[in-house]
Every structure is written in structure tokens, then in C-alpha cells.
Write a protein that binds this ligand. Structure first.
Ligand code: SF4
Length: 302
């Protein structure tokens, strides 16, 4: 069984339904919504029905059946990005569909499902009771974080859930990256520290507080693609790469997107200059590629 998707951080995508609602700046140019419209779907926004994907569960079972062969050929179990055209923790979806999806995920033990959500606050209340007792050891959880405000709001929730449910690994999908993000923030969540520190640690001193990085197992970054793509300052990527390197956290640079640093791909065309003087050029996603400072960054959690 060969890889089915070109998405750099996964091998397969599986969707149990299609449709969603925008919840933040990372959703502004949602490719799944554009795709849905292209195929005359009307499944986006409040009150809009989600569309059940008939073959979704069967596809996951098929990947699971072929997992051993995939492992022999590729050296790892098949990674499956769950819900590339929706959000598995969308509160507007039929609960029966979600429970069917969780059941199929639980059974697909030879796959490595990657649940990616922008609704981390819904996770605890939407998982089946059996997952609250024993989160399946083969399933990981990722959240989207596109700027510091989302990092500060959602990473503590992710780390609390990881600790509370015993999730084997959690990650950040920082795409499209829309601002600088510092992941070395002190984290004083209730399950990591006995003291609710708010802004500053009153028990240990800020240096000794756990940091976001202490619980994050994977960081994926990328720029935006599509005709309305917003440029990303190359230094925001580099800073995250260097932070990951210092913390020993796997770092994957997925793509530049439409805009690429002029230090990476030279040439004429439309430029965008950031306040710090760094400049990117609109080349299109293909030409922009995925080299950062001359090389690929393909870290994955072990
Ligand atoms: S959560 Fe994902 S699928 Fe839903 S609107 Fe946002 S980007 Fe699109």
C-alpha cells in the first residue's frame, strides 16, 4: 500500500464527514471550504448541514488491513490525518457520526491516527467515556496554532488534556503561521503545578516552571497557499525551528506556501517587506518549495 496524500506530515487522509464552521484567523482561507464549494457543496457555516462521507470508515479499515505491509515498505506505521475536510470536534456534527468515527479509530490499532482540531476545548466532553478512561495508545492529538494569542489560549488546554487522559503524543500544526510565537512560555496548568500562577510563578520562580515545550511532542510549521495567501516572515519560522532545536522537539517545515524568503528563492515579482526588513517574494507554492535555510526539516515524533 502506497502513500495516498502529498501532505508532508502524514501518509493518508480520512474524512468521516465534510463541512465545518470558521473559528479563527487560521480558517480565513479554508481550502476545505473552497473545495466544498467547487463541488457545489453547501456544508460550511452555522446551521449548514455536514455531509456524511460514506466510505470514510471503510477506508480507515482498509488502511489498517494494509498497515503491516506499509510498515515493511516504509519503516513506520501508516499515519492517518483524520478530518482534513472538517473538524472531528465540531459541535454541529451528528453525535452518532462522531461516535462511529471514534469506534473505527479505536479499532484501527495498526494505524497512527492524527486528530487535528481547532476546538481543543471540546475534546474532553466529546470523546466516548471509554476514551476518557483509556485513551487509545495509537492515537495522537494535534491543535492548530497560528499566533501567540492562540498559543497562550490553547496550549495549556492541550497539555492539561494530555496529562489528564494520558494521550501518547500531542503536536502543534502552526499553519498558516500568522505571527511570531514563543513556545518557551512558563506553563502553570493545574496538572503540572500545584500553584495557579497566572502571569508569574509564585512558587518556583518563572525559570523552574514547566514550559509549553515540556509537553509538546511535535511542531509542524508552514506558510499559507491559495490566491489570498498571507505572507509569513521567514524569521517566525526560524525562531520556531531554533526553539524546537533547543528543546529537543521534532520540527517539520511543511512548506513556504505562496510567499518565499528572497534569501531562499531569488528573482523578480511581487515582494512583501516586513517591519524588520525581511522580505518575501510571491512565487507560488510549487516554486517556493520547502527548504528553510537550504535544507528540509522533517522531524517526526518517535
Ligand atoms: S476548522 Fe479547519 S475545516 Fe473547519 S473552517 Fe477552520 S480550517 Fe476549515
Amino acid at each position: 500500500m502506497t502513500q495516498q496524500t502529498k501532505i508532508e506530515w502524514t501518509d493518508f487522509t480520512v474524512n468521516f464527514w465534510e463541512g465545518c464552521q470558521k473559528v479563527g484567523p487560521g480558517c480565513d482561507h479554508c481550502y476545505a471550504e473552497a473545495r466544498n464549494q467547487r463541488f457545489h457543496g453547501d456544508n460550511w457555516g452555522p446551521g449548514k448541514p455536514r455531509r456524511y462521507v460514506k466510505g470514510g470508515i471503510a477506508k480507515l479499515h482498509k488502511i489498517n488491513r494494509g498497515a503491516e505491509k506499509f510498515h515493511e515498505e516504509n519503516g513506520h506505521w501508516p499515519r492517518v490525518f483524520c478530518s482534513s475536510l472538517s473538524d472531528i470536534f465540531d459541535n454541529a456534527v451528528d453525535k452518532v457520526w462522531r461516535m462511529e468515527a471514534f469506534s473505527a479509530l479505536e479499532q484501527a490499532t495498526d494505524t497512527r491516527p492524527q486528530l487535528l482540531t481547532k476546538r481543543v476545548g471540546n475534546v474532553f466532553q466529546m470523546i466516548p467515556p471509554s476514551w476518557a478512561m483509556h485513551w487509545p495508545a495509537h492515537v495522537g492529538l494535534m491543535i492548530t496554532v497560528v499566533n501567540q494569542a492562540e498559543a497562550d489560549r490553547d496550549i495549556p488546554k492541550l497539555l492539561d488534556i494530555k496529562a489528564r487522559l494520558g494521550i501518547p503524543w500531542v503536536g502543534l500544526s502552526m499553519e498558516p503561521l500568522l505571527g511570531p510565537v514563543d513556545l518557551a512560555q512558563p506553563y502553570a496548568g493545574p496538572l503540572h503545578c500545584a500553584v495557579h500562577c497566572k502571569d508569574h510563578c509564585t512558587a518556583h520562580g518563572d525559570e523552574e516552571c514547566p514550559k509549553f515545550f515540556d509537553g509538546i511532542d511535535w511542531v509542524i510549521v508552514g506558510g499559507e497557499s491559495g490566491h489570498q495567501a498571507r505572507p509569513t516572515n521567514p524569521q517566525w519560522f526560524r525562531n520556531l525551528r531554533d526553539q524546537c532545536d533547543a528543546a529537543g522537539t521534532p520540527f517539520l517545515f511543511k512548506q513556504w506556501g505562496e510567499w518565499v524568503s528572497v534569501s531562499e528563492v531569488e528573482g523578480p515579482g511581487r515582494h512583501h517587506r516586513f517591519d524588520d526588513g525581511r522580505t518575501v517574494r510571491r512565487t507560488g507554492k510549487k516554486l517556493a518549495g520547502r527548504l528553510l535555510d537550504g535544507r528540509e526539516w522533517n522531524g517526526v515524533p518517535t
